[in-house]
Design a protein around this ligand. Structure first.
Ligand code: ADP
Ligand code: ZN
Ligand code: ZN
Length: 810
């Protein structure tokens, strides 16, 4: 076995091992990528009995000093004779663009023990995509490949091997053959097989079901097989319940596209006709008819004999959207977390074998092994949930664009509140175009937006009431009319901020016009109570989302000298307060961590059937739901989003308010949206209440530009973690030195910050530190990390995670 790259960024691997090969019987060498094993690929001899093999098949090989059997993906194959004489390593250039980084060492290759898959799980197109992800997102190839194939597929979930029978004689000979037979049962079996057209192994019928149908034992079957009238075959069949429940189909009326939609469709048609790669941002408010357009574009691509993938945020997949697609397309497959393992496997096999031409799924459906891909739709492209938060840390939207590019497909990104990244791509990249749907299809009245200024509402003095008087009054009226309400309390991340209850002062950044966020620090031995500027809180720092500067937090308000308060909110408290204030109302709480899946559907059903009056919960309530009787929506604190320790906080706040407004407006009854805030003058909130997206974008871009943040510059976060703080600190400093050296040596244009404690500075006993790198182009980050990958690992060894284009900085 030979270690080919020495990309040791993640772990240290000892490859000085003894071979187990039987030289004589191996004419090929394969390269194997492991899910578990660092950023390295390894070469193995392939015994001839396993030939032929293709990249994308999994193999079992001995690994490590103890030759433990490990499963890995074959990622390349070469003839043994092609290797350089005298070396044990594959020829340079064996994989395009990958050169051996260090001197080739002479080790004896080990041999493959077993080939697991009969066919590749990853085809050539997806292998190329995997290599791009490996390089762009700085993660091991084996890890990428493992993420591309659902676990259910690798485990063969739902697969059952059973006996099947079919007729071995031609249809025209049946009568003659049957005449000669004595047994009634035998005749019945033949008749049954004939009726079902079971004339070949593909059409074979399951033995058990035939026996049950006829009502006989195996004897007649055996006799027929002996006479070679029928054949018995072993088949592995995948079984599962249908992934889309029957009876849930919705009625489809053919709609006539309005003028804006028609213009958009003309654009999609010409893009599809061109057969070239391109991306279209479909920007249109909720209910402007985007989904209808996705469907039309897919119909167009199917007419061309091609196929399409539709990506939706996970939570939207549980709603009517899937039904809508299902009602319009015959050969559809779905992939989302609500499926059983067996269902997932069946759906994947269906896609792979070409039995589906529309795939609809969550983030990872971007890897669906769909042949003849012509179109990828990414709905709600701004959604942070498209980013995977464990390695490989890819963004489903961006991978979709890359995949479309690799196969000359078109990519549609849809949103009511497009991300600033996508908007700026529309301006700067020639293969991006923008199509706008400015109006709602059905002319529903927009809900009334009501701002509740919590400072004026006496929020603080009365001891942290989550529900202000105006909102309470609104709720009372809603309940009196037997209508329903949804209350949103966004609990994502840390929602603390620093506030003076006495003079209403909030702490601001010295460099930027933004408020500071408090975050706890668990670093031991960091007593910094007193400095020249006075007493400070020892339990944490204040951080600026924009320039990332951190400062100590004074114990007393710098203006009036009263004690400062950290304000945090929780949805449990909200429910308590509701129960106290509205004792007769039926109230339920929904949030992603407290709800098992079954409960969630039950709650939604109860709510839609009127058994619940007030639904209180997190953002998952804001998406894809349609309840006509909901006339009040309350955002308990538009600020919790705003105080996320992240430069995208404004963007998220704006998006949240817009989406909630869109939700309430679905009802034909007049709806009201209450937006509670401590910061009524905050631009994101002001623009959102006015529904002024352009105004918001212009304002936000100013800040981003001034601070070299996306979409202007690119970002990468290196998070290092360890249980021992001192060890972590040493490793962090070494990492920083290493990064600095590469930047200097290669004269890269980049800003490096840190190491500094992560926003959440300790998780599961691991201390976390971050180094943040900003660069004007993605290529610079690529060059930096590619160099870093080739270097010796950091000592002392700590856990390292690299996040390219992070969607949050927690
Ligand atoms: P979006 O995806 O932008 O929220 P949809 O495509 O879901 O919008 O459209 C909202 C509703 O309007 C759906 O019920 C859809 O069937 C309907 N619809 C879409 N386009 C039209 C149209 N041109 N005429 C009538 N109804 C339409
Ligand atoms: Zn004060
Ligand atoms: Zn700042």
């Amino acid at each position: 076995m030979i270690k080919y790259h020495t990309e040791n960024l993640f772990t240290v691997i000892d490859s000085r091992l003894h071979g187990n090969d039987k030289e004589t019987s191996c004419h090929h060498i394969i390269r194997v990528a492991f899910e578990s094993a660092a950023d390295t690929e390894f070469d193995y001899l392939l015994p001839d009995r396993f030939w032929p093999i293709e990249a994308g098949q999994r193999v079992e090989v001995p690994f490590g000093k103890k030759n433990k059997l490990e499963v890995g993906f074959c990622v390349a194959v070469v003839e043994k004779a092609q290797r350089h004489k005298g070396t044990k390593c594959l020829a340079p250039g064996f994989i395009p663009g990958v050169q051996p980084k260090r001197k080739e060492r002479k080790f004896k290759l080990k041999a493959v023990e077993k080939v697991i898959d009969k066919e590749p799980l990853i085809n050539a197109e997806l292998m190329e995509l995997a290599r791009w992800i490996r390089s762009y997102y700085v993660c091991p190839l084996g890890q990428v490949l493992a993420a591309m194939v659902p676990r259910a597929v690798k485990k063969g979930a739902g697969a059952r091997t059973g006996k099947y029978i079919y007729l071995a004689i031609a249809a025209e000979n049946i009568d003659e053959t049957t005449k000669k037979l004595r047994g009634r049962r035998q005749k019945q079996i033949i008749e049954h097989l004939q009726q079902k057209d079971a004339f070949n192994s593909e059409a074979a019928l399951e033995l058990q079901s035939v026996l049950a149908e006829i009502g006989c034992g195996r004897e007649p079957v055996k006799k027929l097989a002996q006479k070679q009238i029928i054949k018995i075959a072993e088949k592995t069949i995948l079984k599962s319940l249908p992934a889309i429940p029957k009876g849930m189909t919705i009625k489809t009326e053919k709609v006539i596209l309005n003028e804006d939609q028609q213009k958009a469709l003309v654009h999609f048609k010409s893009e599809i006709e061109s057969g070239k790669f391109g991306v279209t941002l479909l920007y249109g408010v909720t209910d402007s008819g985007k989904t209808e357009l996705y469907i039309r574009a897919i119909e167009e691509i199917l007419r061309k004999g091609k196929s399409a993938i539709v990506l939706l945020p996970e939570i939207a997949l549980t709603t009517q959207t899937v039904q809508r697609f299902n009602a319009r397309f015959q050969r559809i497959a779905v992939m989302h977390s609500g499926l059983t393992a067996a269902q997932r496997n069946v759906q994947w096999q269906k896609i792979k074998s070409g039995q589906a031409d529309v795939v609809i799924g969550a983030r990872s459906a971007v890897f669906a092994p769909l042949p003849r891909l012509g179109l990828i739709v990414v709905d709600e492209e701004h959604e942070p949930s498209y980013k995977q938060d464990t390695a490989p840390r890819y963004n489903g939207r961006d991978v979709a664009i890359k995949r479309a590019q690799l196969v000359n497909a078109h990519c549609i990104l849809g949103s009511a509140t497009p991300s600033l990244e996508t908007l700026s791509n529309c301006r700067s990249k020639k293969y991006f175009s923008l199509v706008h749907l400015p109006k709602r299809v059905m002319n529903l009245p927009m809900p009334q937006m009501k701002l509740v200024d919590l400072q004026q509402a006496g929020f603080v003095k009365k001891g942290m009431n989550l529900i202000s008087e105006p909102l309470a009054e609104g709720l009372r009226q809603t309940l009196a009319k037997k209508e329903q309400a949804i209350l949103l309390l966004n609990r994502r991340g840390y929602s603390n901020f620093i506030f003076c209850p006495s003079c209403k002062h909030t702490l601001h950044c010295r460099n930027c016009d933004v408020t500071l966020t408090f975050h706890r620090s668990e670093a031991p031995g960091r007593e910094r109570m007193r400095t020249v500027t006075g007493k400070h809180m020892a339990s944490g720092y204040a951080v600026c989302h924009y320039c990332l500067a951190q400062t100590l937090v004074p114990e007393k308000c710098p203006l009036c000298g009263s004690g400062l308060a950290m304000i945090g909110l929780g949805s449990q408290r909200l429910k308590e307060e509701l129960e106290k204030k509205f004792p007769q109302a039926h109230i339920s709480r929904v949030d992603s961590d407290s709800m098992a899946k079954g409960d969630y559907y039950k709650v939604l059903k109860d709510f839609s059937e009127g058994r619940i009056d007030i639904l209180a919960g997190t953002q998952m309530l804001a998406k894809g739901l349609h309840f006509p009787n909901v006339t009040l929506v309350g955002i308990i604190s538009a600020d919790t989003c705003l105080y996320l320790p992240d430069f995208r906080a404004n963007e998220r706040t704006f998006q949240l308010i817009c989406h909630v407004a869109g939700r309430a407006g679905r009802s034909a009854k007049k709806g009201t949206v209450f937006v509670q805030t401590f910061l009524p003058n905050q631009p994101a909130i002001k623009f959102a209440l006015a529904g002024d997206f352009n105004g918001f974008v212009t304002e936000e871009l100013k800040h981003r530009k001034a601070c070299n943040l996306p979409p202007f510059w690119r970002l990468a976060v290196v998070t290092l973690r360890d249980r021992t703080f001192d060890k972590l600190e040493i490793a962090c400093n070494r990492m920083r030195e290493k990064i600095d050296r590469i930047i200097q040596r290669k004269k890269l244009r980049a800003i490096v910050r840190g190491p500094m404690p992560a926003m959440i500075s300790r998780i599961q006993r691991f201390h976390r530190m971050q180094i943040i790198i900003q660069a004007p182009q993605a290529e610079i980050l690529q060059e930096l990390f590619n160099s870093l990958r080739g270097e010796q690992p950091i000592r002392p060894a700590v856990k390292i995670a690299i996040d390219i284009d992070p969607v949050n900085l927690l």
